[in-house]
Design a protein around this ligand. Structure first.
Ligand code: GLA
Length: 383
């Protein structure tokens, strides 16, 4: 049963009224990793794995939320919001975001459920925040734009979940478009839709099933390393605001002033920003081989320089490398430390390749990987 049907049925059973139903997609990212919080480019797409929300105002200041997937219900008041635990944090963070902006909202009854694999690097938390924010905005006619909602959702992650994420995930969930990826410029938050036609190739996600436990602290550390680099670069040129503003040559000039580790991290980011721009060009010209090659380059940069990969992801990418006729590109996707490896693979090989790699993965790591195929969909919307 689809999540939208599950939430409608459960909502009606619990609250005896008919809800508004909202769908909020997760995302993949074709290329451009750890570039968003450095004002660079990213190339995400909203996908057909999503959260569904059934929501209705309840005439009080209380939020009554039921998570079907966790089989758990939580109520909280609008006032005195403090981060609690797990999923409810995100929703509290969104309510707090509306409040801080001085936008009037009130209590709702809400049931939600989804099919975005958790911890797979597909931004289930961004979809949760964006979908709930969109619902409140609709119900109370709060007048926030999609971009405002992306910022509210990002703030919820920063303040209520402690992850200093960039804006890519929220932006993709809200601005996604059918059959398209977004080329998002995170400096001025403008985007271009890239209509995706991979020809004979398809996106296949292989989930390492390694949950990024290390994730939030290590993610924030990477961000700090980039900021350290920027501060040193500013001594040379006060106009530098982010790694987007510098070339590899400029970075090289201050190498002696930087801890090795910071230098290597900044070098990855600057290269990845350029790689993403190059990837957009080759994609437009239909050169899938070149695009796939760039994906591999990103992976090894993420693994060796940015150090956000893991043994399992490296294993999957190395495996893909042996079949470059069929698998044009593969790389770890999202924040890192596990989650999914995104593959650009010839459609005719998917079945055979999946069963081969599965057997080797199970033999090596004694656990089952997950396999997901996705299509690109429109962003958060009312059903
Ligand atoms: C996570 C963050 C994003 C982005 C990616 C890495 O998904 O939420 O903002 O930084 O990692 O590209």
């Amino acid at each position: 049963m689809l999540p939208e049907h599950v939430v409608s049925d459960q909502f009606i059973a619990r609250f005896q009224k008919h809800p508004l139903v909202i769908l909020a997609p997760g995302r993949i990212n074709l290329i451009g990793e750890h570039t968003d919080y450095n004002n660079g480019f990213v190339m995400p797409a909203a996908v057909d794995k999503y959260f569904a929300f059934a929501v209705k105002p309840n005439g009080t200041d209380q939020f009554n939320i039921f998570s079907v997937d966790y089989n758990s219900s939580v109520s909280f008041q609008m006032d005195g919001l403090v981060p609690g635990n797990q999923w409810i944090n995100y929703l509290m963070g969104v309510v707090d975001g509306f409040r801080t902006r001085g936008v009037h909202i009130a209590g709702v009854d809400c049931v939600f459920s989804g099919n975005i694999p958790e911890g797979a690097g597909m931004s289930s938390s961004a979809a949760l925040c964006c979908g709930f924010g969109f619902a409140l905005n609709e119900i109370f006619q709060a007048g926030l734009s999609r971009l405002d909602l992306a910022h509210v959702a990002q703030r919820a992650e920063h303040l209520f979940a402690g992850v200093k994420c960039g804006i890519m995930d929220q932006y993709a969930s809200l601005f996604g478009e059918q059959d398209s990826a977004l080329l998002l410029d995170c400096r001025n938050l403008s985007h271009e839709y890239l209509r995706i036609d991979f020809g004979a190739y398809r996106i296949l996600l292989i989930d390492t099933k390694v949950k990024h436990a290390l994730g939030s602290s290590a993610y924030n550390e990477r961000r700090t390393a980039c900021e350290t680099g920027v501060r040193e670069l500013q001594k040379m040129n006060p106009n530098v605001q982010s790694l987007r503003d510098v070339s590899l040559d400029q970075l090289e000039k201050i190498r002696a002033q930087l801890p090795d580790d910071v230098f290597v991290k900044c070098r990855f980011v600057i290269s990845e920003i350029a790689r993403t721009q190059q990837a957009a060009q080759v994609l437009k010209s239909g050169n899938m081989q070149a695009f796939g090659q760039l994906m591999y380059e990103t992976h090894w940069g993420l693994s060796r320089d940015y150090e956000v990969s893991c043994e399992e992801s490296d294993f999957l990418v190395s495996h893909a490398h042996q079949f470059t006729q069929d698998v044009l590109g593969a790389r770890q996707m999202g924040g890192g430390f596990g989650g999914c490896v995104i593959h650009l693979i010839n459609e005719s090989c998917i079945e055979k390749y999946s069963s081969q790699v599965r057997a080797k993965y199970v033999a090596t790591f004694k656990k089952e990987p997950g396999f997901y195929s996705v299509s690109f969909t429109k962003g958060v919307h009312t059903l």
